[in-house]
Design a protein around this ligand. Structure first.
Ligand code: SAM
Length: 274
């Protein structure tokens, strides 16, 4: 819910406005009255609840009347807090203070487009999305006509997916096959050359070292079809850490047998071919 724009509309004395009751996913007509806001679908939010939300720059909330609930889950598996972080577009995923999407000068929706662009045409292809997160890359690939297998390790992230309106297609789109587990293990169950493209978007190296290792890259290479494409998100290639990590990634991808390994600075990652 876009609390600040509703509070602003009230301060201007508006009786109605266009607003979103689902974190900006859709907009609808809202009535502004003394107690709060009533959306076209009947959802209500009290002014006190909206003021509480507007005071938090770093969280997204569910609202029922005067009750607000921050969208966050503590992971029993990793001990990390998984939460939604508001942006100018779809919310980002925050894992214990580390953002899983780009938000500086770009929002997660645009970030998703850039990650998929190096893979080329997706219609009628089989895509492996190694780390579901909020499902944005999986959903976008499926909407471009791919059949997608996507794997998420952390149950707390899956809980957040369920509460994020922008992740809804993960649970409704038949072209998306969701798996829960560690991709380093799950990948062993896939046949050789099972995928035409792989989108590898792991957490930063410090949080998921195995997913940057040559053993895992051999598995990526094994399940990728001849001439198939890989995009590996790494982070800002112009930053000292991005530069350092990307050098190691390029070397290990080549060691695992990938061809045509190229830096993709706009997409903050590295592309390669089987
Ligand atoms: C950068 S996010 C992926 C973002 C995703 N591409 C999207 O569009 O929202 C990385 C995700 O990998 C998950 N993850 C971490 N280790 C993993 C593993 N071993 N196997 C599968 N997923 C893992 C994290 O919980 C996190 O949700």
């Amino acid at each position: 819910m876009q609390a600040r724009s509703l509070l602003e509309a009230r301060s201007k004395g508006a009786a109605h406005c266009e607003a979103s009751a689902d974190l900006g996913c859709t907009t609808t007509e809202a009535d502004l009255n003394d107690g709060g806001v009533t959306f076209a679908g009947g959802t209500q939010a009290a002014w006190a609840a909206l003021e509480h939300i507007a005071a938090d720059d770093n969280g997204c909330y569910e609202v029922r009347g005067t009750d607000t609930t921050r969208i966050q889950h503590m992971s029993q598996l990793s001990g990390r807090l998984a939460s939604l972080y508001p942006t100018a577009g779809p919310p980002a995923l925050l894992l214990s203070g580390t953002l899983m999407h780009r938000i500086k000068g770009i929002h997660p929706g645009q970030d998703t487009q850039r990650k998929l662009q190096p893979l080329g045409r997706l219609a009628s292809t089989r895509v492996l999305d190694t780390a579901t997160g909020l499902g944005y890359t999986a959903i976008e690939a499926a909407s471009a006509g791919a059949r997608v297998v996507t794997v998420e390790w952390d149950p707390a992230v899956v809980d957040v997916e369920h509460r994020n309106p922008w992740s809804a297609a993960l649970f409704t789109d038949d072209a998306i096959d969701r798996r829960q587990g560690d991709i380093a293990e799950v990948i062993e169950s896939f046949e050789e050359a099972a995928f035409d493209h792989i989108l590898h978007d792991p957490p930063v190296l410090e949080l998921a070292g195995d997913l940057y290792g040559v053993t895992f890259y051999h598995q990526l290479r094994r399940v990728l079809a001849p001439r198939g494409r890989l995009f590996h998100y790494v982070g800002n290639l112009d930053s000292p850490s991005g530069l350092r990590v990307s050098r190691g990634v390029v070397r290990r991808l080549e060691e695992a047998g990938f061809q045509d390994v190229r830096l993709q600075p706009d997409a903050f990652g590295i592309s390669a071919r089987a």
